[in-house]
Design a protein around this ligand. Structure first.
Ligand code: BJW
Length: 232
């Protein structure tokens, strides 16, 4: 890999699995018998806000008990030492990339530790439980909700992501099943613009066929090995 080149890294729930956070679609992926597709929708929030809040309260509680693992730490090292453009696009709503020390991180599906006003779009730091009807400090509308991109909603910063993919020389995907769009389509977008593509995942995913190379194994092993090879 000639340095410095432009790298875009997409991460998914698999990178945080070895920290102790559950993935969505593997064993143990169900929560109180619900699929994520049934809980993470604007319709579910409207129909049963308490259920949706309970889901995210449980996720926040779990997040408070875990630490970044070797894969997060390796990407943070890459972020510090890589002289070319680099963007870590994470689908994860945890803060483990940041806690590992990475700065160039974009949360396309929102963040557990912030809240969103559905009225004015203001995003604020999470300050505790949000009973239905919680009022926004900026526009005063009673529409505060978890800062999560639900199914059917537009993920954050798509223009910036698409620009980065268009300029990428290398696209690397870590720990994602390739089941959820638009993230699942990034590999094809990057390839279309001429990037090399590498997938690091525990098992073959729905997107594996689109990658030039797939390496199978735990992220805590594959990611540090790949980062060492890129930097050394
Ligand atoms: C390991 C490991 C270890 C385990 N080491 N690996 C058809 C085409 C296009 C779009 C659609 C379509 N049909 C429907 C849609 C739209 C929909 C969609 O994709 N639905 C699918 C169900 C088909 N998408 C949307 O609605 C999105 N918005 C949208 O499309 O807007 C319109 C638009 C138009 C044009 C341009 C752009 C946009 C919004 C999607 C919102 C996703 N939200 C969630 C929940 C919120 C966040 C949260 O609560 O955490 O995001 S769903 C959930 O899935 C979460 C995740 O970020 C996301 C992806 O999951 P991920 O990360 O891949 O986890 P898993 O569990 O699926 O996989 C883990 C992987 O790790 C596995 O492969 C394991 O093997 C591996 N692994 N341990 C390495 N130790």
């Amino acid at each position: 890999m000639p340095a410095p080149c432009n790298i875009v890294i997409l991460t998914g729930a698999g990178i945080s699995a070895e920290s102790g956070l559950a993935t969505f679609r593997g064993p143990g992926g169900l929560w109180e018998g619900h699929r994520v597709e049934d809980v993470c929708t604007p319709e579910a929030l409207a129909a049963d806000a308490e259920l949706v809040h309970r889901f995210y309260d449980a996720r926040r509680a779990a997040l408070a008990t875990v630490e970044p693992n070797a894969a997060h730490l390796a990407l943070a090292r890459l972020d510090r030492e890589w002289r070319g453009e680099l963007l870590i696009v994470t689908q994860n709503v945890d803060d483990l990339h940041e806690r590992a020390g990475a700065n160039r991180v974009l949360h396309m599906h929102g963040e557990l530790l912030s809240a969103l006003c559905a009225g004015c779009g203001e995003r604020v730091e999470w300050a505790g439980p949000l009973p239905p009807g919680s009022v926004c400090g900026t526009c005063m509308s009673p529409e505060m909700r978890p800062d999560i991109v639900f199914f059917g909603e537009m993920p954050y910063q798509m223009e910036r992501i698409e620009r980065a993919l268009g300029e990428a020389d290398l696209f690397v995907s870590v720990g994602t099943s390739g089941a959820v769009y638009p993230a699942a389509g990034f590999v094809q977008g990057a390839r279309y613009h001429g990037a090399d593509t590498l997938e690091l995942n525990l098992e073959a995913s729905a997107g594996s066929a689109y990658f030039a190379e797939t390496r199978l194994g735990p992220a805590s092993v594959l990611v540090p090995a790949w980062v060492d090879a890129v930097l050394d």
